[in-house]
Design a protein around this ligand. Structure first.
Ligand code: ADP
Length: 351
């Protein structure tokens, strides 16, 4: 066989290997036993490989494929297939193939990237068209509801009045949702080129946007180590900080004044920002979900919202080639982190 094949138990100990694997990995002679985990067998190290497909296959119970770059100019395609017995993971088959033609992989990656960019752009245009075009018929529904209420409102009994109020509320909610969707799609279509700005000013502008909310809730905001110069789309960064600060106020613990800290640390290539609060916190199982469109953890009656704020934050950060994530000790507040590369790179369209 041209591929190296290993059979492993669920603890990743090698149980069997084919001839190709024994020839290919000389460290096998030094460990000299099947009683070792796969990274020892392959690399002779104790350190587990980054993004190991076997680990993912064990965790998820599904086949997993990964690309490993063991040394310069060599790429392996590694697949891990879990095999079950009586619904219990019995063993894993790991297959390692050396990819001969690297240019082929590069070509495939580049074509997949352009396809992804194109479909993202199509999606943005679609969201824009939907949110824009639905406004007109909605406005008509709202106007006629108002007309009916003005003409006949005094003849309505209590039940009809309640129905009217539900219909008004529905039209308003739909209008707010379309506003949010329009804002979401505009992150990609209406963005500006990055300019040099002081991050302290950006956070001050965000605070000014939320002045009323901050005063009403007695919120204390502190900043630490914010960079004096960053290259970003300024209005989008103001929106990003406004959304995060506003959420920290909205999701405060009852009877506790919100305390928010906006800080930054840097490494050679990135700024890593953190907006932390003393609010109600988030359970770890929801860390990814809250960044998806229309996903909320609170119902509308307890805390107002449409589940768009964080998805807009995510789009802004990704447009700046960064990443956003959350960490939280449930009940001990949340920390929203995002990093931005120091060298400004903007994805997608801009004016
Ligand atoms: P919205 O606030 O309109 O619901 P978001 O997208 O801004 O939409 O937030 C999604 C969900 O994430 C919220 O419904 C809330 O449950 C949770 N969340 C966001 N920020 C915080 C925070 N600082 N503390 C606790 N929960 C939060």
């Amino acid at each position: 066989m041209s591929e190296a094949i290993l059979i492993m138990d669920p603890e990743k100990n090698i149980c069997a290997a084919n001839k190709k694997a024994l020839e290919e990995f000389p460290s096998f002679n030094t460990v000299n036993s099947f009683d070792c985990v796969c990274h020892q067998f392959i690399f002779g190290t104790k350190q587990e490989c980054k993004n190991c497909p076997v680990t993912t296959a064990i965790k998820t119970g599904k086949s997993c494929m990964g690309i490993i770059n063991p040394k310069e100019n060599e790429i392996w395609r590694v697949t891990a297939d879990p095999v079950f017995k009586d619904q219990q993971l019995d063993f894993i088959i790991k297959k390692i193939e050396t990819v001969k033609d690297l240019s082929d992989i590069e070509k495939k990656l580049s074509s997949l990237n352009s396809e992804l960019r194109r479909s993202n752009h199509d999606l943005e245009l679609f969201a824009y068209a939907v949110s824009h075009d639905l406004r007109e018929p909605l406005r008509m529904v709202a106007s006629y509801l108002q007309l009916i209420d003005m003409e006949n409102g005094d003849k309505f009994d209590a039940e009809s009045k309640e129905f009217m109020s539900i219909a008004f509320d529905g039209a308003k909610r739909m209008n707010d949702l379309l506003d949010g969707l329009l804002q979401y799609s505009r992150v990609g279509t209406n963005g500006k080129l990055p300019i040099e700005c002081d991050c302290n000013d950006i956070v001050k502008d965000a605070q000014n946007n939320l002045m009323l909310q901050i005063e009403e809730t007695n919120t204390a905001i502190t900043t630490e180590n914010l960079p004096g110069t960053i290259n970003v789309d300024k209005s989008q960064l103001i929106q990003l900080f406004s959304n995060l600060i506003s959420n920290s106020i909205k999701y405060a613990k009852p009877d506790t004044s919100p305390e928010i800290k906006v800080s930054c640390v840097e490494d050679t290539d990135n700024w890593c920002f953190c907006v932390s609060d003393n609010g109600m916190g988030i359970e770890a199982q929801y860390y990814d979900r809250i960044f998806q469109v229309f996903q909320r953890l609170h119902d509308r009656t307890s805390i107002q919202g449409y589940g768009l704020g964080l998805s807009i934050c995510k789009r802004i950060v990704e447009r700046h080639s960064g990443r956003i994530w959350v960490e939280s000790d449930n009940n001990e507040g949340s920390k929203f982190f995002f990093n931005l590369p120091k060298k400004a790179t903007i994805n997608g369209n801009q004016d």
